[in-house]
Design a protein around this ligand. Structure first.
Ligand code: SF4
Length: 876
């Protein structure tokens, strides 16, 4: 909630006393109070527009009547609003009649039929016979891009698509074109649509003028079965509506209803068009067993029995620590909980982890340190009411696209200040009055966060005496900021101090603040210190400033947060309890019905792949991950999987990792299972099945139950609900958040309070390397994440090819043209890729997305910490 407090306005609607915050338009107030007012062009996420003129109401002030458009007129103290009077109906009807002159009567084959406000309003105003002569448009449908169809005959010129594209997405790919009777919606010069393909235009279009071509199905909305669930791609955690027909999930929509999830119906291309992974021919169809290098189909019974026997014999022979598991950041919470329970409860092995934790265990510690300092962070639904948002090394439209939508809304409706700190000049168009860009030297993240803190201190922008009293090691920490003087910081970051000062002042003022951190900080080589420095910045305003601070750990996948919450990490039991805490172990043993729990103190999972190579791990169970493709030490991961005597992999598709397995189990996608995911801001949200498991696949949940049963020790819980009840008993922070229907944020409890600044290592800069003059930057592409999206046809259609992005000045020096092929080489390996030039990329940097198996950028890094020095040469 913004620190700017809005007055509550008291007024009447149709005789009832109501109130609404100052600035609320009458139409919105009516909706919130359950009064129906006809309208076609209003959307609470967008600025008032008043295009359709069908929302007229009467207002009465001191006995004086006025007819006003309710979508633009704000509420006022003491007025009475009258909806649906004889006079307003007459006006609204006249405007609607004119729209219907052009509108085709093809409702039976229209995607919006049944959820169409034009139908609803026509019915509400009883406008069954118009007075005007029908004059339909007769334009062909436009299909010049792979996924959005334009059928302008149905367009009512409400402008919602144009405004959503501009205000929500910041893209402006659509606009009104031509004039008078010929006016229409389209792209500049009728070029094929080339945008972020978020599809918000489809959601907001009331009439089916813009349609999703990826579904391959048309027709009445009522013919589809709707399932509300949570997107399975990034960690933002959008609620999606899976629309299915005859057991097939055909399309995905956002739900703009009130209090549905955290995203107000906004989705990105991945969430909306990434359903191609569900009914997909390339899925692993049946359990496979490796016979001397050849995979043969086996029955589930055979596969499960073999796995159980190998588990048992390995533990008997080599002890519990010889078995290890990598849990997926795409498993549900319930599956993740059972996964670690299988290892810990059945075998006494604490060797469970997940790929994110394996690389950066400090991310969990950062979150816990925030709690210890009393920084609990607000629900992310408050982001749109922030006074200031600091986006730290995240390319929002690619990494957390819908987070970007909320921030843009805040800029329009709350006046949010936006500060974007990034070594790339990332595109984030928005309407903020204050939009500060800190485009710093590649790798200087720590210096930026530290300099901002020092400016706040030096300029007394917070109450230092208060902080000193609250945080014991203040002096020591303040001393550690000495190297970040204005002149030194300028050398480190390449930024003049004025702009950093401006950012520090906006951040430190009385404000509700949010910090959104990108996963790219992990590649700086000082990720842990960058997080500490951002926490210090937060402690500074938390302890000595006015307002609030919310800061979330960077997470990548849909359940990267939950898999850690559920204890799929060797460092903590479910709920971040210590695996060395006797009381926690006793409580868990009691719950799990085992005599006692005690784990060896050897943390083999901390260097899991290294310990596979050393022969300490004899059985590795990889559940839904592809470390060969996605882990930053790709060669080590590959060697580990080759070395480990028995490898089980369960996944949806045949990955590079699966190809190395002894047994492969086909698992179901998110659309075929039930449970919950927890997003990066700790909102626990429902996952609901919209179709049956495809082929012979099974949800991870069922597989884990079957393995436990084959071991002769079945879990006493058999349903998702029962596991949720157990989670609530074992993980106190999850109490009253499950089953997740309402998207509740879990609140920290049981974390010992300890106010403490984090002392960081000094910023270590980057060294010049003549042989490798460029630095590599990698992250997820706007249309791809993880290993699944390359199987979603629509996403491949709009994001078909990997490319290396190079600054135009560097391209000129290297005599490279757009589309040329280059070899990018580090000391660790090389890849070949096409070139794109862009001013988004900084000079000296080469940006390559990490989502194409044929361009394995992780091999360039291969475990190297920090920015990877590379060289570039033209092929041929
Ligand atoms: Fe899914 Fe993330 Fe896109 Fe939301 S922003 S639709 S969670 S991929």
């Amino acid at each position: 909630m913004s620190t700017v407090v809005k007055k509550n306005i008291h007024f009447k609607i149709d005789g009832k006393e109501v109130s609404a915050p100052e600035g609320t338009v009458i139409l919105e107030a009516c909706k919130q109070q359950g009064y129906e007012v006809t309208n076609l062009c209003y959307n609470r996420k967008l600025k008032p527009f008043a295009a359709c003129r069908t929302c007229m109401v009467e207002t009465w002030t001191n006995g004086k009547k006025e007819l006003v458009y309710s979508c633009t007129q704000p509420v006022a103290d003491g007025i009475e609003v009258k909806t649906n009077t004889e006079e307003t109906d007459r006006y609204n009807k006249a405007c609607l009649e004119m729209l219907l002159v052009e509108h085709p009567l093809d409702c039976p084959i229209c995607d919006k039929s049944g959820v169409c406000p034009l139908q609803d309003n026509t019915d509400a105003l009883k406008l069954y016979n118009g007075r005007f002569e029908i004059n339909r448009r007769n334009e062909p449908s436009i299909k010049t891009n792979p996924i959005i169809e334009f059928y302008m005959n149905r367009c009512i010129m409400c402008g919602l698509c144009v405004r959503a594209c501009d205000e929500t997405q910041g893209v402006q790919a659509l606009d009104f074109h031509k004039r008078g009777m010929k006016v229409g919606i389209g792209t500049a010069n009728d070029e094929p649509l080339d945008c972020e393909f978020c599809g918000q235009c489809i959601t907001v279009c009331p009439t089916g003028a813009l349609m999703d071509m990826t579904s391959g199905a048309r027709g009445l909305a009522a013919m589809f079965t709707n399932t509300h669930t949570t997107c399975n791609y990034c960690s933002w955690g959008c609620t999606v509506r899976l629309e299915s027909k005859k057991g097939q999930v055909l399309r995905i929509e956002g739900d703009e209803g009130y209090n549905v999830g955290i995203n107000e119906g906004n989705l990105c291309a991945k969430g909306r068009f990434g359903h191609g992974i569900i009914h997909n021919q390339d899925r692993i169809k049946a359990p496979l067993m490796n016979f001397g290098g050849t995979f043969k189909e086996v029955t589930w019974d055979e596969a499960i029995k073999t796995i159980a026997e190998r588990f048992q014999s390995t533990v008997n022979r080599s002890g519990p620590d010889s078995i290890a598991g990598i849990g997926s950041e795409k498993m549900t919470n319930e599956e993740a909980y059972l996964f670690q329970k299988l290892f810990r409860g059945h075998f006494g092995s604490n060797q469970v982890t997940n790929l994110a934790n394996l690389r950066a265990p400090y991310v969990n510690q950062f979150m816990v340190d925030c709690f210890k300092n009393g920084i609990h962070s607000k629900p992310v639904t408050e982001l749109e009411r922030a006074d200031v948002v600091l986006v730290f090394n995240s390319d929002l439209p690619s990494e957390y696209p819908v987070g970007g939508n909320s921030i843009r809304k805040g800029a329009v409706f709350t006046g949010t200040d936006i500060i974007i700190a990034n070594p790339r000049y990332v595109i984030f168009n928005n309407e903020a009055r204050t939009d500060i860009r800190l485009t710093y030297t590649h790798g200087a993240d720590l210096a930026i966060a530290s300099r901002l803190a020092r400016i706040i201190l030096d300029k007394n922008l917070v109450d230092t005496a208060k902080i000193k009293a609250a945080v014991p090691n203040f002096d020591k920490w303040a001393e550690s900021l000495k190297p970040y003087s204005a002149s030194e910081a300028e050398k480190m970051t390449g930024l003049p101090d004025e702009i950093l000062t401006q950012a520090a002042e906006r951040f430190a003022r009385k404000a509700d603040r949010f910090i959104i951190i990108g996963n790219d900080i992990l590649d700086t080589g000082q990720g842990e210190d960058v997080l500490k420095a951002l926490l210090n910045l937060s402690i500074l305003v938390h302890s000595g400033g006015k307002g609030s601070i919310s800061i979330y750990p960077p997470r990548e996948h849909c359940n990267s947060q939950g898999v850690n919450d559920m204890g799929v990490t060797p460092d903590s039991l479910p709920g971040y309890q210590s695996p060395e805490d006797p009381a926690a172990l006793d409580a868990l043993a009691k719950e799990w019905g085992v005599a006692s729990l005690k784990f060896s103190t050897e943390n083999l999972a901390r260097d899991l792949f290294g310990n596979c190579v050393k022969g300490k791990i004899k059985l590795l169970y990889v559940a839904g991950e592809d470390p060969v493709q996605s882990y930053y030490k790709a060669a080590l991961a590959k060697e580990a999987l080759q070395t480990v005597p028995f490898l089980v992999v369960q996944d949806v598709f045949m990955t590079e990792t699966a190809k190395m397995a002894d047994i492969i189990l086909p698992i179901s996608t998110f659309a075929e299972k039930d449970g919950t995911y927890t997003n990066m801001t700790r909102h626990v949200q429902k996952v609901a099945s919209a179709t049956l498991p495809q082929g012979e696949s099974k949800p991870d949940f069922d597989i884990l139950l079957e393995i436990a049963e084959a071991l002769g020790k079945p879990f006493p819980v058999a349903s998702v609900e029962e596991v949720q009840q157990e989670i609530e008993r074992v993980v106190p922070i999850y109490r009253e958040t499950l089953p997740g229907d309402e998207s509740k944020q879990w609140m920290p409890a049981g974390f010992a309070a300890k106010a403490e600044f984090q002392i960081c290592q000094p910023y270590n800069g980057t060294k010049e390397e003549k042989a490798y003059p460029f630095r590599l930057q990698t992250s997820n592409h706007m249309f791809h994440i993880g290993s699944y999206t390359q199987h979603a046809k629509a996403l491949v259609d709009i994001g078909p090819q990997c490319f290396a992005q190079i600054h135009p000045e560097d391209a000129e020096k290297l005599k490279l043209q757009e589309g040329d092929h280059i070899v990018v080489e580090s000391e660790n390996g090389k890849v070949e890729v096409a070139v794109k030039t862009s001013y988004v990329t900084a000079p000296g940097m080469v940006y390559i997305p990490k989502n194409w198996p044929e361009v394995p950028v992780n091999q360039l890094r291969n475990g190297q910490e920090g920015l990877v020095p590379i060289k570039v040469s033209k092929t041929g």
